[in-house]
Each structure stands twice: as C-alpha cells, then as structure tokens.
Design a protein around this ligand. Structure first.
Ligand code: 1FH
Length: 234
C-alpha cells in the first residue's frame, strides 16, 4: 500500500518529468553513436564533432538561463557556479582544435535546430527552460559521469585535459546535487497547463538530443575523410 507521502511524490515535477521522458531516454541510449560510445569505440574525430555540438547547445542554453535568471521558473534552478559548461567546453575544444578553434566549427543541422528552439524559448516562454536545463544537466550529472571515464579511456588521454566537460568541480556529490535540483524544480509554481507544457518540452528536449546524435553519426559517415584531414593538422 502507498503511504500518502508516496502518493504526493507522483505529483512532483521531478518525478513526472523523469516518467515522461523514460522511453526517450532509452531511445537516446540506443542511438548508433552512443552504443559505440558505450562500448568504448568512440574515436577522436567523433569526440571532436560531439564537442562542437555540445558547445553550441550549452552556449544557447546558458545564455538564455543567464538572461532569464530572475524569471520565477528559472531562478530556483539557476546554478551557474555549479553547472555552467561553456567554459569547460571552450577549453576542451581549444585542447583538440588549437587556438583557432573558433574557426573550426562543425555543426550539423539538428544541432542548429536545437539551439534555435532554446533561443526561441528564452525569448517567448522562459518557463520552458527548466525542461532543457533538466535534460542536459541532470543527464551530465548521471550517465555523463560514466561517459567521461569511457572517453578518457577510449581516447587514451592521460590527463583530464580535453574532458573537462564531464567534470563538475563545483559539485562535490552529484547525487546530493541532483536531489537539491529536483527539490528546486518541485518548488516552481505551475498551473496544470504549464506543467503539461514543461513535460512536453522535456520530451522534445530528449528528441532534439537524439536528432543531434543521429545527425552527427550521418555526418561522420559522409565527411569522415574531410574531418580526418582537419584532425591531422592539429
Ligand atoms: Fe542519462 N542517465 N544516460 N541521459 N539521464 C541517467 C539519468 C538521466 C545514461 C545513463 C543514465 C543521456 C544519455 C545517457 C538524463 C538525460 C540524458 C542515469 C541515472 C543513468 C545511469 C538513472 C537514475 O538516477 O535513476 C547513459 C549511459 C547515457 C548514454 C549512453 C542523454 C540522452 C541525456 C539527455 C540529453 C537525465 C535528465 C537523467 C536524470 C533522470 C532523473 O530525473 O533522475 C546519453 C544518451 C548521453 C546518448 C549521450 C548520448
């Protein structure tokens, strides 16, 4: 039998959003790119293009979070000190692409669509930023921690250089931080309608990520040669 406490939990946004995106998470884990990633088959080229896309995504997300930091639905989940990724992605890209990394941008169409959506939300409906922040940051604090170790091993990196994206110096315990983040999400006041929109946007956020992975995979099979040439120059 359920205690009243457990019953209430089902109505917490953090529980609902996890349930709503469960199937999408399974699909994301099973994209071709991530399957080979998890088997330790990630190549330097794949990792480099992934970094480019992540950089674009986090630049959009963090710019919009910064701009809307005092919005009532954003303020509770605004943790730039602990979570911001743009600087680590910048140094990872610099590590692999060199000082003119800004000129070596390889961004597939799906990544562009994802960032456009984030920017549109920032302008028109900042409440929905919570869906995107949840999807990326809680993912990075969960599966991302495993992926960081796999990356280091697969690419044979001896130091943390190039993989700072995966480490969160401002978060001493990912699990405790995730609890805090969930409780902050649950403190956001939403009407039923708004809550439904937040859940729907989280499903889209996962779909955007899946499309990015699929697009990267496709792009890599077509342009492997061109990227290889740019790799050999660095
Ligand atoms: Fe995940 N994830 N994830 N994940 N993930 C977990 C929790 C979340 C992987 C494993 C785990 C992505 C990808 C991968 C989220 C988003 C995203 C947990 C913890 C594990 C073990 C489950 C728990 O606490 O019950 C692995 C492995 C992945 C790659 C192979 C991508 C799709 C993220 C979205 C962009 C989120 C939001 C959570 C938090 C759930 C919660 O509410 O607690 C992944 C797939 C990464 C493909 C890259 C590519």
């Amino acid at each position: 039998a359920q205690t009243p406490g457990q019953q209430l939990q089902q109505f917490d946004l953090s529980e609902q959003i996890k349930a709503a995106t469960k199937n999408n998470h399974v699909r994301a884990e099973n994209t071709q790119l991530m399957l080979s990633y998890q088997k330790g088959q990630i190549t330097m080229t794949e990792y480099k293009v992934l970094l480019c896309s992540l950089y674009e995504i986090y630049q959009a997300l963090e710019e919009e979070l910064d701009t809307n930091a005092s919005h009532p639905a954003v303020a509770p989940i605004y943790f730039p000190q602990e979570l911001a990724r743009v600087n680590s992605l910048q140094s990872d890209r610099e590590h692999f692409f060199g000082s003119d990394w800004r000129k070596k941008v390889i961004v597939p169409a799906a990544t562009h669509r994802y960032t456009q959506r984030i920017r549109q939300i920032g302008r028109e409906n900042p409440m929905l930023l919570v869906s995107h922040a949840y999807t990326r940051y809680l993912g990075d604090l969960s599966g991302g921690q495993v992926l960081g170790k796999i990356t280091q091993k697969s690419l044979g990196l001896s130091s943390k250089e190039g993989i700072s994206f995966f480490s969160f110096p401002g978060v001493s315990s990912p699990n405790r931080f995730k609890q805090l983040y969930r409780s902050r999400m649950n403190s956001i006041e939403l009407t039923e309608q708004e809550r439904a929109e937040v859940l729907e946007e989280a499903v889209s956020a996962f779909e955007f990520n899946i499309q990015v992975f699929d697009d990267l995979q496709k792009m890599l099979s077509v342009t492997a040669e061109a990227v290889d040439q740019s790799k050999s120059r660095t």
